[in-house]
Design a protein around this ligand. Structure first.
Ligand SMILES: C[S@@+](CC[C@H](N)C(=O)[O-])C[C@H]1O[C@@H](n2cnc3c(N)ncnc32)[C@H](O)[C@@H]1O
Length: 212
């Protein structure tokens, strides 16, 4: 028991050390972003120009809200951001938020009611399940969320719209890329600098949703 606690406290110390020394954490505090994740979206957007004034965006797995902050700022008053998370999220100006589990039909229906027939230009999905530590089931639960996001994007993006989605490399990755290729003209991989090298996290960008 003591050995387990020692390992745990060693790893939480390592996490704290990394967090305290992380330049993106400092930058986020300076820039007023709620999470260092903001810089992942900013870097991808710098390259891919996904969000411009007027862009209509859905942000799936939005809490604590740094991607919503970035999206609302870049989309401006003429754009719209619809955000959803299972956890509560402090309000962000210009963002309509729903709290609920994206796996539930009733929550999807609530988001669809909020869209009120509008088609989206962009879906961004940074959803990640709470990790249980059991790698196989964590990976499966993560891809289940990604599949739901792809389905949502296929149903609600305009032809020509884009999906940016976080995935974890490993089992299910190739099949998911293949499923994205059926919906989008191009599928590209993005690994922004703020995404830690040791993490198997990567982002897939589906560009130009194919027409019906
Ligand atoms: C890495 S965080 C997102 C960070 C966010 N992009 C930001 O910049 O602040 C992943 C989020 O996915 C959410 N999430 C996980 N499973 C979910 C589900 N089934 N439905 C909705 N949100 C979920 C978590 O609650 C968590 O807030």
């Amino acid at each position: 028991m003591q050995a387990v606690m020692a390992v745990r406290s060693k790893s939480s110390k390592a996490w704290l050390h990394e967090h305290v020394n992380d330049p993106y954490v400092h930058q986020a505090q300076k820039d007023g972003y709620r999470a260092r994740a903001a810089y992942k979206l900013l870097e991808i957007n710098e390259k891919d120009k996904l969000i411009k004034p007027g862009t209509v965006v859905a942000d799936l797995g939005s809490a604590p809200g740094s991607w919503s902050q970035v999206a609302a700022k870049l989309a401006g008053k003429k754009g719209r951001v619809f955000a959803l998370d299972i956890l509560p999220m402090e309000p962000v100006e210009g963002v309509s938020f729903i709290q609920g589990d994206f796996r539930e039909d009733a929550v999807l229906a609530e988001l669809e009611a909020l869209l009120d027939g509008r088609s989206l230009d962009l879906v961004i999905c940074d959803m990640a399940p709470n990790m249980s530590g059991h790698a196989v089931s964590d990976q499966a639960r993560s891809y289940h969320l990604c599949e739901l996001a792809l389905d949502f994007a296929a149903n609600h993006l305009k032809p020509g719209g884009h999906l940016l989605v976080k995935v974890f490399q490993g089992a299910g990755y190739q099949e998911y890329v293949q499923a994205m290729r059926e919906v989008f003209a191009q599928v590209q991989v993005r690994k922004p600098k703020a995404s830690r090298d040791r993490s198997s996290e990567t982002y897939l960008l589906g560009r130009n949703k194919l027409g019906e």
